[in-house]
Design a protein around this ligand. Structure first.
Ligand code: AMP
Length: 255
């Protein structure tokens, strides 16, 4: 098995992309923050079946984290992630350091419309989606993929990216991919690593609430952030966010 190449600077990845494009190959892109799990794998696998070459980015984007969030303790495990990417024949992993993506003190930000931001995670994490949209647009400009793959797990994020691409005429096709769950029903997330066995048992009730549409099923120890039905662009879904023993989790089901 050939190991996926890790590239950390923009000029080097652009050179490799130049070679891919010169060969007339189609390019698929999967942006991630790493700590890859089977949810990410499903995106990579789909990109692999639909595109000739695949690039995965791994970048824990500081500007999408609030001051009291888990940026510094977010799991980082590049070598393990590389193993996973290699298994799927990913051509390149783009893993820039912060300085490469944000060399200056001031950053021009993409601001998604208020209608898309003023609810769900956008409401509880002010500025979060400016950070997400900004980094995703930067990555699109660097990677210039034909198709980019995003999970429906982050339903609001997906709707915001689709809207940005449409509004700003970004030449990329956005592909939404279904939520991958562990056998017990918990939606896979890099943050599940923080859960103890007991916390995980509690967390399972999030999906139960969504399925039965009944908040009474939520474990009493869970700190609910929202449980809402929303329509964003073409996407309509029931979404829930909650803190389970200090770990913030989100989930949704599409309607
Ligand atoms: P993250 O590394 O959390 O930024 O996620 C990178 C991409 O993987 C995003 O498009 C997520 O929506 C997607 N993703 C994360 N978890 C899942 C999951 N359980 N099922 C499907 N996609 C996922």
């Amino acid at each position: 098995m050939q190991k996926a190449h890790i590239i950390t600077n923009i000029s080097d990845i652009k050179e490799k992309i130049g070679e891919i494009k010169c060969s007339g190959l189609t390019l698929g892109f999967v942006p991630t923050m790493g700590a890859l799990h089977i949810g990410h794998e499903s995106l990579i696998e789909r990109a692999n079946t639909e595109c000739d070459a695949v690039i995965v980015s791994i970048f824990v984007n500081p500007i999408q984290f609030g001051p009291n969030e888990d940026f510094s303790k977010y799991p980082r495990q590049l070598e393990q992630d590389r193993e996973i990417c290699s298994k799927y024949g990913v051509d390149y992993i783009f893993a820039p350091i912060e300085q490469e993506m944000y060399p200056g003190k001031y950053v021009t930000e993409v601001v998604p419309p208020a209608l898309y931001q003023d609810r769900l995670c956008g409401k509880s994490r002010p500025g979060h989606f400016n950070g997400v949209a900004t980094v995703v647009l930067k990555l699109f400009n660097i990677i210039t993929p034909d198709k980019a793959y995003f999970g429906e797990k982050d339903a609001q994020q997906l709707a915001i990216i689709k809207k940005m691409v449409q509004d700003l005429n970004v030449p990329v096709e956005i592909i939404g991919c279904p939520i991958i769950r562990d056998a017990d029903g918990l939606a896979c997330s890099s943050r599940n690593k923080y859960l103890t066995k007991e916390s995980r048992e509690k967390a399972l009730t999030l999906y139960k609430v969504l399925q039965a549409h009944n908040l009474d099923l939520l474990h009493p120890d869970i700190e609910l952030e929202y449980f809402e039905e929303v329509e964003l662009g073409q996407d309509k879904f029931f979404a829930i966010a909650a803190k389970v023993d200090g770990v913030r989790l989100i989930d949704n089901i599409r309607l």
